[in-house]
Design a binder for this molecule. Structure first.
Ligand SMILES: Nc1nc2c(c(=O)[nH]1)N[C@H]1C(S)=C(S)[C@@H](COP(=O)(O)O)O[C@H]1N2
Ligand SMILES: [Mo]
Length: 434
């Protein structure tokens, strides 16, 4: 692009010192303000808007040809749409987490490059030719598969969300982080292609005493969890593709376990081994981690299912209202590890009154659902909330209800209702209503 422009000497009719980008920004700013003032009557401002009355650079010069980017990237104007981390949260980046920019997305699928990452020992670098998956333990025939072997089993395509059990964990005692990326961004939803785990277990032949499966990762953390056999034989996948292309290294390339609806920690990445046993193993990640200390002093364990939850993604602290009063699209996502979302309600007054939102896009079990509520905003302050209901009849609880049931010291499985305080100027803050 830039070399074409240099050789073509663009005429200076778009303002002497303005480059294309500042022009576009300025144009958008004027357009936006005028649009809200004129109650969205676009035609009324055509005379004064140079972006429509004058020919622009991009209309005048040849653009990049094919193959300028053999693997495509988003527009340079979308450079702010990235995963982000919170530096003070963890001591190292290798055992850490970053967050999906939910406020910049729409629909139900997460683009691969924006899926949050959670690693306990950094990203393992594995050549698929060198990758092996072993099944051992209480099986008739211990087996080792190559990637090529795995791709000869019948495969399935399924869309599922993955939520870390610690998602919203920092919000347990009160509103803390300013943005749904940080409060709710330990989630992604993609289409996986993989082999049902059932087929691989059948190939090895599970002994009648085999009641549990332990997946193990090939990364330096050697992540291990205990999964009951019923789940392993139900809907788990051994996946090698996400959204049609190979898994990203961050997401477990070349192979990861998919455990639909259950906490993200069990979805072992860089999957190298599946052990079959007669009882759970009580690994670190199911004892000292991923258990919930209750007020009684006892801890809940094996809390696998991610319950019904939702959040308004727009407006939200990182996505304030910039267009003034009038038509406002309130949007968000909802999900449940129990199945489909059947209803999402939205409140603009902190939970006193609720309106049923419009679900749009595919409604699939254990996948994200997209909801909208289209309102006419009068410019007054809002306390925005959403609450989801799933096909098992579970309603998303308030944070107070959660704390009454589980005490003050939990981290995991916070599916409490989120509140955003929208101010008259359109800015938004994370708050809690008592
Ligand atoms: N091998 C391995 N698998 C792993 C982890 C890991 O550190 N190593 N982290 C787990 C945790 S805690 C979560 S929440 C998910 C995160 O998956 P993602 O990085 O694709 O978002 O992977 C799980 N699987
Ligand atoms: Mo996690």
């Amino acid at each position: 692009m830039s070399d074409k422009k240099a050789s073509g000497q663009p005429p200076k009719d778009s303002g002497p010192d303005m480059n294309r980008r500042t022009l576009l920004k300025a144009g958008l700013a004027t357009g936006g303000a005028a649009a809200s003032a004129a109650a969205l009557s676009g035609a009324a401002m055509a005379d004064s808007d140079r972006l429509i009355t004058e020919i622009q650079d991009w209309n005048r010069y040849l653009g990049d040809g094919v193959q300028a980017n053999p693997y495509g990237m988003p527009s340079e104007f979308e450079a702010h749409v990235v995963r982000r981390d919170v530096e003070w949260l963890t001591a190292s980046t290798e055992s850490s987490i970053n967050f999906t920019p939910l406020h910049e997305l729409d629909g139900i699928l997460t683009p691969n490059g924006l899926c949050f990452e959670r690693h306990h020992g950094g990203v393992a670098e594995i050549s698929p030719a060198d990758h092996r998956l072993m099944i051992n333990g209480l099986v008739d025939t211990p087996l080792v598969f190559t990637m090529e072997d795995l791709k000869r089993f019948p495969r399935e395509n399924r869309i599922y969300f993955l939520e870390c059990a610690a998602n919203s964990g920092m919000e347990w005692r009160g509103a803390q982080l300013n943005g749904c990326q940080y409060t709710h961004g330990m989630i992604h939803c993609v289409m996986y292609t993989g082999v049902p785990l059932k087929y691989l277990l059948e190939e090895a032949g599970v002994k009648t005493t085999g009641k549990w499966v332990m997946p193990e990762g090939a990364d330096s953390s050697a992540m291990t969890r205990s999964i009951p056999m019923e789940k392993a034989l139900d809907d788990c996948l051994v996946a090698f593709k996400m959204n049609g292309e190979a898994l990203r290294p961050e997401q477990g390339y070349p192979l990861r376990l998919v455990v639909p609806g259950w906490e993200g920690n069990m979805w072992v990445k860089w999957l190298r081994r599946l052990e079959v046993g007669d009882q759970p193993w009580h690994q670190r990640e199911e004892t000292s981690k991923y258990t919930d200390l209750l007020a009684s002093g006892k801890a809940r364990r094996f809390t696998w299912v991610m319950d019904a939850k939702s959040v308004v993604t727009n407006p939200s602290p990182q996505a304030p209202i910039t267009h003034g009063k009038g038509p406002l699209v309130i949007s968000g996502v909802a999900w449940s590890g129990n199945g489909k979302i059947t209803r999402v309600d939205v409140s603009i007054d902190g939970g006193r009154n609720w309106k049923t939102a419009r679900l749009d896009g595919p409604s699939l079990p254990k996948a994200m659902h997209r909801f909208y509520l289209d309102i006419d905003w009068d410019g007054s302050e809002l306390l925005l909330q959403s609450r989801a209901m799933d096909e098992e009849g579970f309603f998303q609880p308030t944070k107070d209800e959660l704390r009454i049931a589980r005490g003050e010291n939990s981290i995991y499985h916070n599916n409490g209702i989120q509140t955003w305080h929208v101010k008259g100027d359109g800015t938004v803050e994370n708050v809690e209503v008592a």
